[in-house]
Structure formats: C-alpha cells, structure tokens
Design a binder for this molecule. Structure first.
Ligand code: ADP
Length: 396
C-alpha cells in the first residue's frame, strides 16, 4: 500500500510517498514559494535530486507538479496514480472536535473550517491542500491527521486555564497542545526500544526543535503538554518566549504603545533563544557563541535547559512516576550538550545520563547509565511516517 503524505503550509508544501510494506520512502520533496516569485519544486527519489523552477501560482498547481514528478519516467516513483491508496494530510488544529485521525468527507471539511479560527495561519493552508488533492485525485481517500488530536486525552484540570469559565465556552480558550504526531510517534518507538507495553509506561517526551513542546505520556496517552492555546508557552524556543507571566503583556503594550499584532510578533518572533541571546534563533549558533564566551548565549542555553528540566520534574509529579525521558526533533536528536544540561540535576528522580553514550546524534539510542532507574532515550521523530501509519490504520 502506497500512501502520499502532504504537509501544506501557506506558501510551501512538503510531501512523501511511503510504501507501507517495509515503510520505505519512495519519493519526497518540497515545493517552496507558492504564489511568490522564484517558486521551486525539489524532488528526491533513490538518491537523485531534481529541481523544477517554474511559476507555481497556487497549491493546486503545486500538487499537479508533485503528481507529475511522481509519475515521471526517470525520476518518478509511480507508474500510474491508481497506485496511491490514500493521501494523509497533516492538519494543525482539530479543536475539540477531533481526538483522532479521520477520513475526510464534507462534514469533516466543514468542521475543519470551523477550527480555522483557532489556527488562522495554518488550517486555511491545510484546507487548500486537501481541496487540491480532492480535485486532482478524485476517488482517492483523504485522511486528516491532527497535531492537536493526541492531546485530546488530557484531563480537564490539565487543559483548562484559570480564566472566567465563559471564555472557554464562548471561544474555546483552553490548552490544546501541538506536535501530537511527533509525541505519539516517539512514545510508540520508546515502548519498542524499552521492550515494554506502552500502556504500562510513564514517559516525558521532549520535542525540542525550532518550536518545542514537552508532553507527559501516561499509558500511551497525553495527560499534559507544555504548548497551550497558541504555540508559545512552555520552554523557550527559537524565537518564542515560552512561559511568562501574562501580566507582562498589557504592561509592555502600554509602555511601548504596541498593537496586539506587534505584541504577538514580539512573543512569537523576537523572543526565545533569539531574544535572549541577540545572536540567533538557531541552537547551533547559540552553542558556538556560548563556547566563545558570549554570556547572553550561555544564558539562553541555561534558560532552555532549566525550563525543560522543570517540566520533566513537573510531569513526573503529574504522572506519579517516570520510566523514561525521550528527546526528539532538531535539538533533542542532535545536541548532546543541551541534553546533558537538561539532565544535570535530575539524578534525584533516578535519571542518570551516560556522558559517553550521550555523544550520539540523530539515531535511536538509550543514553542513560546502566544503573539509571529512569531510561533516557534519543529517538528521531518521523511525523510523515506516523501520518502514513495513521492513514493506513484508518483505512484498514
Ligand atoms: P522545526 O521545529 O523547524 O522542525 P527542527 O526540529 O529541525 O525544527 O530543529 C531545528 C533546531 O535544531 C535548530 O535550533 C537547530 O540549531 C537545532 N539543531 C540541529 N542540529 C543540531 C546540532 N547538531 N546541535 C545543536 N542543535 C542542532
């Protein structure tokens, strides 16, 4: 069974064609600058890379180009479109309506449009991608896999904010959580690596990339997560501020005479590693600057490690125990330094990092000492494969 996975952004589109037998990636690629000047498709199959530069005015044209590339006699991966069993779409926000992946029909489309209010930058692009696939691949089942769905199992005390209850009822203001596909994938892999049933495990999964979130996974389901209504709470990220006292927001808006849009820009785009260090939003640049003696870069690293460690402790308390800490995404998979900084001080919980084993980069590994009661795992995430698996599972 071959599944096409589509991740549609407002001006970009990522895709992978996955053969579920052997879970092999047959082709993958990226369309960039849709609707802008200089649009480009980069397509990869069997170690070959093809670049197609042409005007791509909209997502329908982008998906047609992807289909043409997949069918191409030289760099394609399909003989005919009938080989695509289904399309799995990443959808950012499923609100409270979607606690799991769904086969898309008219009713689902209407519900997705309703959720657009909650993710105005993302859901409209996801919807455009689905509509384009429906038009170009008629009769092929389309499945929506949500970033938020995995977190719909959180108990109410974990997802409700201490605001007047009417705002939850009127506007759906609550913690939703994101990166659910990644947290679910690494939790499943962790159970495999540990050789124990997921239903018995208490895990803290740390997805640390440009955007970051930390999740408490108890018995295979999310019981708390650090991102909330938007995507800025929790630990600091590349350019996002993480947890701050909300009192700062009206104070700053008044002092600096800021509009809500300008304030939002500060919280989402000018804060975090970038805002603290003044150097970069990229953890590699921050590590290099800190090593060269830049104190604010060192401070940014310290804050990232401190907040992440605090969440691990909080979630161990929320779950009443801890079997493993899982690190994933760009920083979690690759930075031995940041993993070490986070784990230093967690020995009291029974988590002991092995400095040697921790040198690993971008591959599955248990990096705890053999005596450590809590295992510390590095697991590269694979959201596309998870989307393909969910799509295949749903279609039986
Ligand atoms: P996104 O959230 O955009 O998917 P990624 O998961 O790719 O982001 O993570 C990007 C982050 O990972 C960047 O901050 C980058 O510096 C960091 N990163 C990647 N490789 C390394 C490395 N070898 N050491 C430290 N940080 C790394």
């Amino acid at each position: 069974m071959k599944i096409l996975v589509i991740n549609c952004g407002s001006s970009s589109l990522k895709y992978q064609l996955i053969d579920m037998e052997g879970e092999e990636v047959l082709a993958k690629g990226l369309v960039e600058r849709i609707g802008l000047e200089g649009s480009l498709l980069t397509h990869r199959t069997n170690g070959t890379k093809t670049e197609i530069k042409k005007e791509i005015p909209n997502h329908k044209v982008a998906i047609q180009l992807v289909i043409d590339a997949l069918l191409h006699p030289e760099h394609g991966a399909l003989k005919n479109l009938g080989e695509i069993a289904a399309v799995g779409h990443r959808v950012v926000h499923g609100g409270e309506k979607f606690a799991r992946s769904v086969v898309i029909d008219e009713e689902v489309m209407a519900a997705l449009r309703e959720c657009s209010d909650l993710a105005p930058l993302h859901n409209p692009a996801n919807i455009i991608g689905i509509e384009a696939c429906q038009a170009l691949l008629p009769g092929v089942p389309q499945v929506a896999v949500f970033d938020t769905a995995f977190h719909q199992t959180m108990p109410k005390e974990a997802y409700i904010y201490g605001l007047p209850y009417e705002f939850y009822e009127k506007y759906g203001i609550r913690r939703y959580g994101f990166h659910g596909t990644s947290h679910k994938y690494v939790a499943r892999r962790a159970a495999r690596l540990l050789g124990r049933p997921l239903t018995e495990l208490k895990l803290v999964t740390c997805h640390l990339g440009n955007g970051s979130s930390i999740t408490a996974v108890k018995g295979g389901v999310s019981v708390d997560t650090s991102l909330g209504f938007g995507t800025i709470s929790g630990t600091i990220m590349g350019t996002r501020c993480g947890d701050i006292d909300p009192a700062v927001i009206p104070f700053l808006m008044e002092k600096e005479n800021l509009t809500p849009g300008e304030m939002n820009d500060i919280l989402y785009k000018k804060s975090g590693l970038l805002g603290l260090s003044g150097v970069s939003s990229d953890a590699r640049d921050i590590e290099a600057a800190a090593a060269a003696g830049n104190e604010r870069a060192q401070l940014a690293l310290n804050v990232l490690a401190y907040l992440t460690r605090k969440y691990i402790g909080a979630y161990a308390a929320a779950m009443g125990g801890l079997d493993a800490i899982v690190f994933t995404a760009g920083i979690g998979e690759n930075s031995d330094l940041i993993r070490r900084m986070i784990c230093t001080g967690l020995e009291f919980l029974g988590a002991e990092l092995d400095e040697e084993k921790n040198r690993v980069r971008g591959q599955e590994a248990d990096v705890a000492t053999s005596a450590s009661k809590v295992r510390i795992l590095v697991i590269p995430t694979n959201e596309e494969l998870m989307i393909a698996q969910e799509t295949a599972e749903l279609l039986g």
